[in-house]
Design a protein around this ligand. Sequence first.
Ligand code: F6R
Length: 260
Amino acid sequence: MEVVVLDSAAAGARFVADCVGRLLQRDPHAVLGLATGSSPLLVYAELIARCRRGEISFAGATAFLLDEYLGLPMGHPQLYATVIETELSGEVDLRAGAVHGLDGGAADIEAECRRFEAAIASAGGIALQLLGIGRDGHIGFNEPGSSLGSRTRLKTLTARTREDNARFFAAADEVPRHVLTQGLATITEARHLVLVAAGEHKADAVAAAVEGPVSAFCPASVLQLHPHVTVVLDEASAANLRLRDHFKETFAAKPAWQGV
Ligand code: F6R
């Protein structure tokens, strides 16, 4: 696991945009995994700006979303399919139909989850999965207690996550209880996992994920088992890492040929 601590969330966003840009240069048909929530927003803004300047193109790319709410009506602004269209795909040159999400309104939820897993597999798997982290250590919507071997399925949000996400809704009780999410085993099949976090409210979760025991209690700790993970932090979200100074020294002294 590489932990990159930068001065600001904006610097982190530029770093992640560089990772995405290099991937798309190597493979214009790369499959991206996209997170929603506030963590990736600066990354998406940076990618949109680079796309408008002609520095990056998504024309050949495909993307899969991490998760989706259940029970929101079609067109609801907080449906993650809508959010990603607003925050990224509608603003860059991704082809129509290139972004695949989960249908929270599907009549047969288990079949929908199987369909989604099969679609990822038939696209060749995800090359780079962008992740945020919840204050309780969730990635995707794999809340504490999620099996480290889980696949895409229905989950129930914790009260804490519903409170955290209430800021996106008109009223707290509008936050759905149920979601569909890629499982932890699904997520960790992506070839490169890039987790972004910023702010002191993420510091405990980041420390548990990076330095704590691998445990279903902190689902993001499963990243420790993956061979290619980049955790991109600002100073505030890195504040509780015991190895923070070492991570900073390592990154500062990193040989250029190593890449990300
Ligand atoms: C959303 C997702 C979640 C968020 C997490 C953090 O697609 O995957 O795991 O990344 O809830 O949310 P923010 O970024 O809003 O703090």
